[in-house]
Design a protein around this ligand. Sequence first.
Ligand code: SAM
Ligand code: FES
Length: 344
Amino acid sequence: MLAEKLIAQGYLSKEEYSSLLRCCTEEERLMLKARAVELRKQYYGEKVFTRGLIEFTNYCKNNCYYCGIRRENADCSRYRLTVEDILECCKEGWKLGFRTFVLQGGEDPYFTDDKMAEIIRVIKNTYQGCAITLSIGEKEKESYRMYKEAGADRYLLRHETANESHYQMLHPANMSLAKRMKCLYTLKELGYEIGAGFMVGSPGQTDEHLAEDLIFLKELSPHMVGIGPFIPHHDTAFANEAQGSLEKTLLLLSILRIILPKANLPATTALGTIHPRGRELGIEAGANVVMPNLSPVQVRKKYELYDNKICTGEEAAECAGCLQARIASIGYKIVNERGDSVAK
Ligand code: SAM
Ligand code: FES
């Protein structure tokens, strides 16, 4: 049985991954889930780490076909937070016990390297001991180096798909998988904790593509892996495509926990969007991180990557309280820690 083989050796071949994904029985799924929970408890106990997400700009020079804030979406109402706004988000997050801030945005040339470095320095000086994660896309090595020297600790850059032709289907011709992968290896070399990942059920995705994702991730061995279901956005070319499946996302979370046992795995907002208990189910499948939204309420709806995104109406404190209760309800515990990777 392939599930048993995966549990025993911690990896499979491409052919084996794709047949496991294609023909996984209920018995295998439960076996993988049980092993994933065992491993997450071994490394993280009942702890759930939080990352306060600050969506600081929805301007983007890219045009990824799946994304609601891509450049050519003229109906997207654009915003940028000021440094003061960002610091206000951090203040609120710090009060709520968050020790990691994630600065996420489109690739917005307004935020030059100097501006980013300054923002990072101010946050690090004001909230000493916090960790900063950046999620601002593809940059030159020198830019990544500048942010690191300014105090950034981690970087999230989903690879999106490890298959070249699938990558081309999801992105315009000026973007390439090779460049993305190079960025990830550069970030690792510079000493960041890195995060890769992909959408589950993105248009054109096959089980073979997912198998390639798993092989690539094992090889890259990132400290974090962000996966969530693809969800269509009404103003994109993929508006009428089906959303990714809950079951498959949960199965992949369990598989990822087994192949990268120490990785930080978030139960994502997208997972919470396709099912009312999506994030809880994600934790129960092997995830150990949640990312409550710290963005100011007045901009939240504008950071619309996909339709019906949850948590766009609540204040940060409400979101944090809601998540706290959800996590407690399944026997886990949100902790006020930086949640550094144990995979160093
Ligand atoms: N610009 C940065 C980057 O490219 O890494 C960060 C922002 S980008 C919007 C963050 C992630 O959102 C992407 O890596 C992608 O996987 C996810 N995303 C975008 N559109 C989505 C959709 N329609 N459904 C689910 N996830 C989506
Ligand atoms: Fe740039 Fe989505 S296209 S953030």
